[in-house]
Design a protein around this ligand. Structure first.
Ligand SMILES: Cc1cc2nc3c(=O)[nH]c(=O)nc-3n(C[C@H](O)[C@H](O)[C@H](O)COP(=O)(O)O)c2cc1C
Length: 403
């Protein structure tokens, strides 16, 4: 459909809002408590500026980069999200879209599709792990991902189980059965196209987490898997060293906001970190990830691949994050809106928006390779950065004040 194309991520979000039942839409908006971090993740980019050149610009521009040994056509990859109920093709459609645009997929532990199907759709798939269950269970999941052909593991640790949003959390059923169908019928009735899409696929969103299953066991329900995670003793740095010793592939630590933690990740043997606050879904009051990026990238950027996720909605955001030290960014909601708006083509559409916006930004800086960008290519206000976990900072370690 020609009119299915959208020109901005904001438009994709508007369409997602119109297409999805309210509960599904709200689950993607997510955020926690007052939403201060969610807001800052996006607003921070508006404080960063450009001073574009007008002549002598590069005719050929190169957006390629490498992350954990994977060559990417652009410095944007898929951040893992549990996309239950958004689209019947779920993570397989997302993985295909990423492959079509030459980039990598991050697959959540809480995804609706098994890792084997997702790797088949995109061989550049990283499997995301939470610290859930016993060491044996954790290892079984890692080994399954490895056997499926995943090219690395993303360990996400920034989750404090905070609950509640001032604008209300959606009610999510334990499973979809006749009773819940009736309960959700009024909001689904307002979104017939979404319901039709599922009807045509011959299935209902089953709200299971197939990648949390143990060998030979059926996929647990989303809440059973979440419960297992909540009851798991929290990992120590020794546990992380143990994981490192058990897995010989590429390992990323996602959710790092502080320089001291970034240094420990390097010492523990991680190959990459993502500067991230879980898209503002974790501890509200954590600053925007892009504010924490420069100091973290400066501290460890020569030792590990530094990525960033949180608040990326435009190609110019990608340029800004790369200029401040990220090798690449990961996107979350942007592709979820695209998926809801138009399935795989919608996710491809989002990549195209980010690609052409990044290319325009790069053109304006006068550089030809995105990897050559530096903070000098931006206008960075003096009070922009947050130097978290920097012992020698004149502001003291762990400053956490928001703008
Ligand atoms: C609905 C939703 C579900 C998410 N689920 C996961 C998850 O299962 N694992 C994970 O590591 N991060 C998860 N995240 C965080 C994303 O990977 C990413 O850090 C965040 O979305 C980036 O911010 P952005 O949405 O502003 O791009 C989730 C985020 C959202 C919005």
């Amino acid at each position: 459909m020609a009119d299915a194309w959208f020109e901005t991520v904001a438009e994709a979000q508007r369409r997602a809002k119109k297409k999805l039942p309210k509960s599904v839409y709200l689950a993607l908006v997510a955020g926690s408590e007052r939403g201060k971090t969610l807001e800052d993740n996006i607003d921070a980019y508006t404080e960063l500026g450009f001073a574009p050149h007008i002549a002598g610009l590069a005719t050929e521009r190169d957006l390629t980069t490498t992350v954990m040994g994977q060559e990417l056509a652009l410095p944007v990859m898929i951040s893992p999200t549990g996309v239950q109920a958004v689209h019947p093709d779920g993570e397989v459609a997302i993985a295909r879209a990423a492959a079509a645009r030459g980039t990598a997929m991050g697959l959540s532990s809480f995804a609706s599709k098994p890792v084997e199907e997702v790797v088949a759709a995109n061989p550049q798939t990283f499997f995301q792990l939470y610290w859930a269950g016993t060491r044996e269970q954790i290892l079984a999941r890692v080994e399954r991902a490895k056997a499926a052909g995943a090219v690395g593991i993303i360990l996400t640790l920034d989750w404090s189980f905070s609950q509640g949003r001032d604008w209300g959390s959606p009610s999510i059923p334990q499973q979809i059965d006749f009773r819940t169908m009736l309960q959700f019928a009024p909001e689904v009735a307002l979104r017939p196209a979404w319901a039709l899409r599922w009807l045509r696929s011959g299935a209902l969103p089953d709200l299971t987490a197939p990648n949390m299953a143990m060998p030979g066991q059926p996929a647990p329900g989303f809440f059973a898997a979440y419960g297992e995670w909540m009851q798991t003793p929290l990992p120590s740095w020794d546990d992380l060293r143990w994981l490192r010793s058990q897995y010989d592939g590429k390992l990323m630590l996602k959710g790092v906001m502080r320089v001291d933690d970034a240094r420990r990740a390097v010492d523990t043997g991680f190959d990459a970190i993502s500067v991230s606050n879980h898209g503002g879904n974790n501890l509200d009051g954590t600053p925007a990830s892009v504010r924490a990026l420069p100091v973290v990238a400066e501290a460890v950027g020569s030792q590990v691949d530094v990525l960033l996720d949180g608040g990326i909605r435009r190609g110019s955001d990608v340029v800004k994050a790369v200029a401040l030290g990220a090798k690449a960014v990961m996107i979350g909601r942007a592709y979820l809106w695209g998926l809801a708006a138009n399935g795989q083509a919608g996710v491809e559409n989002v990549f195209d928006i980010l690609r052409s916006g990044a290319d325009s930004g790069l053109l304006g800086t006068g550089r030809s390779r995105i990897r050559d960008l530096t903070p000098e290519d931006l206008l960075v206000p003096e009070d922009f950065e947050r130097r978290l976990g920097v012992a020698e900072s004149p502001l003291g370690a762990g400053q956490t004040v928001l703008a």
